[in-house]
Structures are given as C-alpha cells and as structure tokens.
Design a protein around this ligand. Sequence first.
Ligand SMILES: C[S@@+](CC[C@H](N)C(=O)[O-])C[C@H]1O[C@@H](n2cnc3c(N)ncnc32)[C@H](O)[C@@H]1O
Length: 281
Amino acid sequence: MNLLSEVRTMTDEEHRLLNEFVSDLYGISFPDERRQLLESRLKPRLQALDMSRFMDYYLRLQYSFDEEATSFTRLITNNESYFFRETRQFDALFEEAWPEITKGVNNGGPVRILCAGCSSGEEPYTLRIFSETQRHLFPRLAMKIDGFDIDQDRLDRATRAIYGRSSLRATGENQIRRFFTRTGSELYSLNEHLRQDTRFSPGNILDTSAYPNLGSYDALFCRNVLIYFSERALHRAIENFARAVRPGGYLFLGHAESIIGLSEAFETVRFERCIAYRRSR
Ligand SMILES: C[S@@+](CC[C@H](N)C(=O)[O-])C[C@H]1O[C@@H](n2cnc3c(N)ncnc32)[C@H](O)[C@@H]1O
C-alpha cells in the first residue's frame, strides 16, 4: 500500500509564488508557457518529501532554504552543455577579437575570461582546446578562466573533468584522441594540461560577490543562460556584466540571446559569424 500523499495540481497562486521566488533568486523565469515544466520538475521532490501541495514546498523554500537549496537548484536549472557547442563566438574571440584584446591586457599578463553559468565545464574547456589549436597563430595565449554556476553538482563535474559521449557529441574522434584520455568504457578525462588555470566556484549571475575578479575580464561568456531570465533579471545581469568586464573587453552571448538596445555600457560589434558586445570605454 502506498502511504505517500498524492501531489495536487499546481494552482495559479502557487505558480505565481514559486515563479516569483525562482525569478528573484536566480533570474530564471517560468511564465505560463513554462508552468508545466516547473510543475513536472518539482513534483518528484514533493513526492520525496511526502508533500501534497506546492504551497507546502513554497513554504519550505521560504523558511528552510539552506536545507533545500541543492535539490531545488538542481531541479529548476537546465544544465545542457557540450564541447564545441556553437563555435561562432569562439571563432570570433580567437580569430577576430584576439589582437585587440591582447593589446589591452596589462603588463603582458594573461587574458582573463569568465564563463557565467558554466555548467559542467564544457564551455571553458572548449576555450582551452581552441587556444591550444591556435597557438601557432598567436604566440601569447596565456589565459586564466573563471567559471561559476549556481548548481554545485555541475561544478563538481567540471572540476573532475571526466565526460561521457553526450558531452563529446560535437567533438571529432581526432580531437577526442588528442585532448582526452579514455578512463572507462564511455568516459573520457580531459588531459591535465588543459585543466590548468581554470577555476570553478559557486556563484549567481545576479550577485556581484560571485564574480571572482570584478572589472578585470577581457571576455565574458554567458551563453544559453539569459534565454530563461525574466526581463528584470536580464537588466540586472547586464549591469553586473558591465562591472565584470574591463573597458574594451567583450561580452559573448548565445546565438538566441541579445542585449541590443538594453544597455549603454556595451556597444554592439558585428563579427564575421556572430554578434558580440564591447564594454564602452
Ligand atoms: C543551459 S546551461 C548552459 C551552459 C553553457 N554556458 C553552455 O552554453 O553550454 C545553463 C547554466 O546556467 C546556470 N544558471 C542558471 N541561472 C544562473 C544564475 N543566476 N547564476 C549562475 N548560473 C546560472 C545553470 O545552472 C546551468 O548550468
């Protein structure tokens, strides 16, 4: 006999409260068209906690967030990422913006890159692989990469740097042989030298204390994250990005994301295969 309570359908009020909560906290929005998604993602957690109403879960978030944070964050985020995903922005960085960026770097120091919403590390490590393959074009390619994300589980995976086939679905066999070491039947460990100078930490795009080095980044990548943000959160994210990127540095977003007309702190730059944003001087 199943003694667990049946979870009731999410009411309008519960949807409104939960959506406001997530959106204020992380920027991620679940408007009407994504309401079912929110409901289906949270439902198993209510079942596990033996709760029948989404209101009970909302109250748990209100009053015991620290205990619930890990499970909740894992459930409401979309962590999809893979190596060599949308390479246009990487091409633009290394093939077009790089000479200007390196000119602006102080005292021959490393180029500093931030990946906001880095998930399990595929994006920052793809940047490493790109720089490795382009080393012959640019002698000075020392790079420090910081990555942060709200999902600790994903950050742990990023630090381990061991990936399955799904993360490597856009990576050619030659590249897999060159940059990874097979560690299990379908598991591949990124070679040690490509992990150097890449650090991961927990952090929220909406909270500037998450940014390890405000004002110092030559390029900031935030791809496939803002697409889920509320308008208010989007504005806050842009303000924070403007504080994180140095004057003359670049912001690269995903191909479906744009901040055109939303901020005077960035000017739009048209590269050959994508658009990016340069921090005004
Ligand atoms: C779809 S993944 C994109 C990963 C990577 N940027 C890419 O394009 O492959 C979105 C990531 O953003 C993270 N995220 C969502 N809201 C965030 C926030 N407010 N602060 C930091 N990370 C966030 C999620 O946890 C998730 O790992």
